[in-house]
Design a binder for this molecule. Structure first.
Ligand code: ZN
Length: 176
C-alpha cells in the first residue's frame, strides 16, 4: 500500500521520533509500505516521519546500474531503532534531495563511512558498515528521526538562496 508523504512545513518532520517498542506485524507492514512508497516516488530512502509515523524506522534501497545501463533497486534494507556507532573522520560532499522537499537539492557535507546498528524486521540486531551513497542516505534518514532535514546542514548563500523555493514547497505541497 502506498502511504501519503509528509511535506516540508508539516510539524511531524520536526519532531523527534519514538523508538519502535515491538517488531509486530504492524511494523513489518509499515516497513513494506514504506519500501513500496519510496520506490513509487523514485526515492532511495524514506523515514517514518515522512509517512506521518513518528517512529524510529527508515528504509533504504540504492539503485545499481546494470550492464545494459538500466537501473535496478538493491534489496531494500530496513533500519529499526538505528544507532550510529561510529563515523569516519573524513567527510564527503554530495548533492542531496528529499521526497518531503520536492525538487530542492543542495550540497551536504557528511562522514564518508559509518557503522550503524539497528533491528531488522525479524527483530534481530544487525550491524552494518556503510560507505559512499549508502552511508550518506542512512545519515540523511537517521536525521529525519531526530527532526533534522538536509537543508539544516547547508550553510551560507547556497542555503539562503533556498528560502523562496522552500516557501513555494510549503505552499504547494504541505498546505494542499
Ligand atoms: Zn529526506
Amino acid at each position: 500500500m502506498l502511504l501519503k508523504l509528509a511535506y516540508y512545513g508539516d510539524p511531524i518532520l520536526r519532531k523527534k521520533a519514538e523508538p519502535v517498542k515491538e517488531i509486530s506485524e504492524t511494523i513489518r507492514t509499515l516497513a513494506q509500505d514504506m519500501v513500496d512508497t519510496m520506490i513509487a516516488h523514485n526515492g532511495i530512502g524514506l523515514a517514518g516521519p515522512q509517512v506521518h509515523q513518528s517512529l524510529r524506522i527508515f528504509v533504504m534501497s540504492i539503485p545499481i546500474q546494470q550492464p545494459d545501463e538500466s537501473w535496478k533497486h538493491n534489496d531494500p534494507l530496513v533500519f529499526i531503532n538505528p544507532e550510529i556507532l561510529s563515523f569516519s573522520e573524513d567527510l564527503c560532499v554530495h548533492s542531496e534531495g528529499c521526497l518531503s522537499i520536492p525538487k530542492i537539492y543542495g550540497d551536504v557535507l557528511r562522514p564518508c563511512r559509518i557503522t550503524i546498528r539497528c533491528l531488522n524486521v525479524d527483530g534481530e540486531m544487525v550491524t552494518r558498515d556503510l560507505s559512499e551513497l549508502q552511508a550518506r542516505c542512512a545519515l540523511h534518514e537517521n536525521d529525519h528521526l531526530n527532526g533534522v532535514l538536509f537543508i539544516d546542514r547547508m550553510r551560507g548563500k547556497e542555503r539562503k538562496d533556498l528560502d523562496p523555493l522552500l516557501k513555494n514547497v510549503k505552499n504547494k505541497f504541505y498546505k494542499n
